[in-house]
Write a protein of this length. Structure first.
Length: 274
């Protein structure tokens, strides 16, 4: 029935105006942020899953950096080991020259001088091959016993870097001499063993580097897939949300017009009293 003390039509119009305005605000918020979930109430479960995925992606991105650094360490170590291998090859050549009966004794003194310098250079390279201030090939750093590198989102996702001691004493060449024919002959056997040791060390370095390369590829794939999954959960559907916004805008305008009309109804009723 028509009344003037309580404007029920206006109250209803205001109620729907508030609902439509809230829908319009929500749609604008989602469109401007690009996210389907702007508050926990939008999708509590989706927010929890998205937060977990975002955390995993962040950890994986750091894991990718870890793997890259580990690869750089191994490449640095391999470079030093390669130089040591070249030195041993030169030392073998000198020992072979000194062991030959065609070499006069006076020449052996010059050969042995270079030979001794090369032994010192092996130690110089072993200690001078460094990464972040740590010598990689002289057995003094933590890499000698093994260093775990995180390459995943779990604490168990690790790869251990282990580097061999390639000093002259470790290779068994520190006390070698080619000053005589007999010592040169003995040196050849020791140098052959040292070359094998360095080759094995480089093979281990290469194997570890290969593993880190595959780990990096796996991390990249995981990160890409998780970001895609997170997008499906969190990112707003622009077309759908724009349609919601347009609908809410029309409803809001209609509610404003209805509110205006409802506010005029009591005035119309007053005319009946006249």
């Amino acid at each position: 029935m028509p009344v003037i003390s309580t404007n029920l039509a206006a109250n209803a119009a205001v109620s729907y105006l508030n609902i439509n305005s809230q829908q319009e605000t929500s749609a604008l918020s989602k469109l401007s942020s690009g996210s389907r979930i702007t508050s926990a109430s939008d999708d509590a479960a989706g927010l929890a899953i998205s937060t977990r995925i975002s955390s995993d992606v962040t950890v994986l991105q750091q894991a990718a950096t870890n793997a890259s650094q580990a690869t750089a360490i191994l490449q640095t170590a391999d470079g030093g080991a390669s130089n040591i291998s070249d030195i041993l090859a030169r030392m073998e050549s000198l020992a072979s020259e000194s062991s030959s009966g065609t070499t006069v004794q006076s020449s052996r003194a010059y050969i042995n001088s270079e030979f001794s310098q090369l032994i010192s250079e092996i130690d110089s390279i072993a200690s001078g091959t460094r990464y972040s201030g740590q010598s990689l090939l002289d057995g003094t750093s933590s890499f000698a016993s093994g260093v775990s590198v995180m390459v995943g989102s779990s604490g168990s996702d690790t790869i251990t870097i282990t580097l061999s001691d390639l000093t002259s004493s470790s290779l068994g060449v520190s006390s070698l001499s080619v000053s005589t024919q007999s010592s040169a002959v003995s040196a050849l056997d020791a140098l052959s063993s040292a070359v094998d040791t360095v080759s094995n060390a480089r093979a281990q370095i290469g194997a570890q580097e290969s593993r880190f390369n595959f780990a990096s590829s796996s991390i990249s794939t995981q990160t890409q897939n998780l970001q895609a999954a997170n997008s499906a959960i969190k990112d707003v559907d622009i077309a759908s949300e724009q349609a919601t916004l347009s609908s809410a805008e029309v409803k809001t305008q209609a509610a404003v017009s209805a509110e205006t009309a409802a506010n005029q109804m009591p005035q119309y009723l007053l005319k009946l009293l006249g």
